[in-house]
Design a protein around this ligand. Structure first.
Ligand code: NAD
Length: 489
């Protein structure tokens, strides 16, 4: 029996769902809530509402300053509701409460940041090379946005889409993942409370093959903002062949963390452990490939093993817990399969590789000494608490190993040598390089990947531009009659 029912938010109202599915608490493996399964018809209603809102005077004529105030209010509401939202996210995804609380508190700042930027985004005037013609370039909202997010950090991944999209004056239909959608459906109540006009923000959940496909291929959608895995991204790009929507993709990673012998090894070990075991490794920026200088490898691995084995695993709602379960059983099956294949292929288990406690989807912090870079655990994004370790003997070899992946989302470099840090930061193929730190993010800083890690950037000033399109307005300022029409001016 489940004790909670969630609803989609479409056109300013919470719908009674026509179809539902069970959501499972990953810490127990049992269903705890019913979620609405949006149909293609529901998607059509949501996109229709967003399209009407886009053209409505209420939204179109609202000043950018007023839009910004709504976003700031939304940020304040998120901050005021951290406890409830965090509890729901922890319940529905298994992410530990101390992480959900901290992350959601910061989500409020993302809305405030984009609220502040809303009326600072301007068009331009061009000193055009033609007499008596005046050109202004208006920056206009691109249109209806379809945003699709995965289950990890849904509130955060939505904020980097909703914030700039609403600041730019777009309207949006946001699809929560079918895994763990509770926090986003609860967040819809705050959107309602903030006072956005009906249809400006619509939030629903459902499955990828119908709801997600219809949303991203819908003829009234002009912009798709997708976060998820690369294979789903390919399906989304195929969907957008229908509507030719401008699309950005935030995808997965196999991020290297390079530890040189001259680094502060204790700091580096803490960063490596947090980089891979925070969020039970279910983070797009998880530092899942450790590249460590051979001269300190044994010592460094011993530190990591000690720290990994000391991690408190347990109930994600308990503030003392340091690592919770994986979000889905599917996820654990996949990780167990790749780890088994990697060990058969020659990987050496340093620690972990087991199911530690209880009936939930738990998996122990795992470290594999990979030897060579061909093992499946080195190549595949596991999206779990599995660290693969490779040794290097020179800076050139470290760089070659770091770049030996089709992904390029994040990376870390630990060294006390400033010039080496600069060289590595310049030459690593990744959208983010953290030097002597890891996992820092900010609304002020662009984020996104190289290669299979994605297309486009989220965060920072330029994100608003990605939700606008320019309109060039040419005005003839002369009173003279128009001359010969067959000569282009
Ligand atoms: P996923 O790709 O399976 O699903 C993501 C979303 O796409 C879900 O909402 C799903 O319903 C939807 N979807 C599925 N099929 C679809 C289709 N045919 N058309 C439209 N939508 C469809 O991802 P996941 O397993 O939920 O999440 C894990 C992945 O997300 C990992 O690869 C991870 O690295 C990535 N991720 C990336 C970032 C980033 O910012 N770069 C952040 C978090 C997660």
């Amino acid at each position: 029996m489940t004790d909670a029912v969630f609803r989609n938010f479409i056109d300013g109202r919470f719908d009674e769902p026509s179809a539902t599915f069970d959501s499972v608490d990953p810490s127990t493996g049992t269903a705890w809530a019913r979620m609405p399964a949006a149909s293609e018809a529901d998607v059509d209603r949501a996109v229709g509402a967003a399209h009407r809102a886009l053209r409505s005077d209420l939204w179109r004529r609202m000043t950018a300053t007023a839009r910004g105030k709504l976003l700031v209010k939304l940020g304040d509401l998120v901050a005021a509701n951290v406890g409830r939202l965090a509890e729901l996210e922890t319940r529905d995804t298994g992410k530990i409460i101390r992480e959900t609380r901290a992350q959601i508190a910061y989500v409020g700042d993302y809305y405030r940041y984009y609220g502040g930027l809303a009326d600072k985004h301007e068009g331009t005037h061009v000193p055009v090379d033609k007499a008596d013609l005046d050109v202004t370039i208006r920056s206009e909202p691109i249109g209806v946005v379809a945003a699709v997010v995965p289950w990890n950090s849904q509130l955060f991944l939505s904020a980097v889409k909703l914030g700039p999209a609403l600041a730019a004056g777009c309207t949006i239909v946001l699809k929560a993942s079918e895994d763990g959608p509770a926090p986003l459906l609860a967040f819809a109540e705050l959107v309602h409370e903030a006072g956005f006009p009906a249809g400006v923000v619509n939030i629903l959940t459902g499955f990828g093959h119908d709801c997600g496909r219809r949303l991203t291929s819908h003829p009234l959608v002009s912009r798709v903002a997708f976060t998820g895995g690369p294979s789903t991204a390919r399906a989304v790009v195929r969907n957008t062949a229908e509507n030719l929507a401008y699309t950005t993709l935030e995808l997965g990673g196999k991020s290297p963390v390079v530890v040189f012998a001259d680094a502060d090894l204790d700091s580096a070990a803490n960063a490596v452990v947090a980089g891979i075991f925070a969020a039970t490794g279910q983070s797009c920026v998880a530092g899942s490939r450790l590249l460590v200088e051979r001269s300190v490898k044994d010592e460094f691995l011993a530190r990591l093993k000690r720290k990994a084995e000391a991690i408190r695993i347990g109930d994600p709602q308990d503030p003392a817990t340091e690592m919770g379960p994986l979000a889905t059983l599917r996820q654990r099956d996949w990780i167990e399969k790749v780890v088994a294949e990697s060990l058969t292929a020659g990987g050496m288990l340093v620690t972990g590789g087991t199911r530690p406690v209880g009936s939930g989807f738990y998996y122990a912090p795992t470290i594999i000494d990979a030897g060579g870079s061909d093992l499946p655990c080195v190549r595949e994004e596991l999206f779990g608490p599995v660290l693969s370790v490779l040794a290097f003997d020179s800076e050139a070899q470290a760089l070659a190993l770091a770049n030996d992946t089709p992904f390029g989302l994040a990376s870390g470099v630990f060294t006390s040598n400033l010039s080496k840090a600069h060289r590595m930061a310049r030459d690593i193929h990744a959208g983010v390089v953290w030097v002597n730190t890891y996992r820092a993010v900010s609304p002020l800083v662009p984020f996104g990947g190289y290669g299979l890690s994605g297309l486009g950037r989220e965060g920072g000033l330029d994100a608003i531009r990605d939700y606008t399109r320019s309109k060039s307005v040419w005005i003839n300022t002369s009173d003279e009659p128009i001359p010969d029409p067959f000569v282009m001016r």
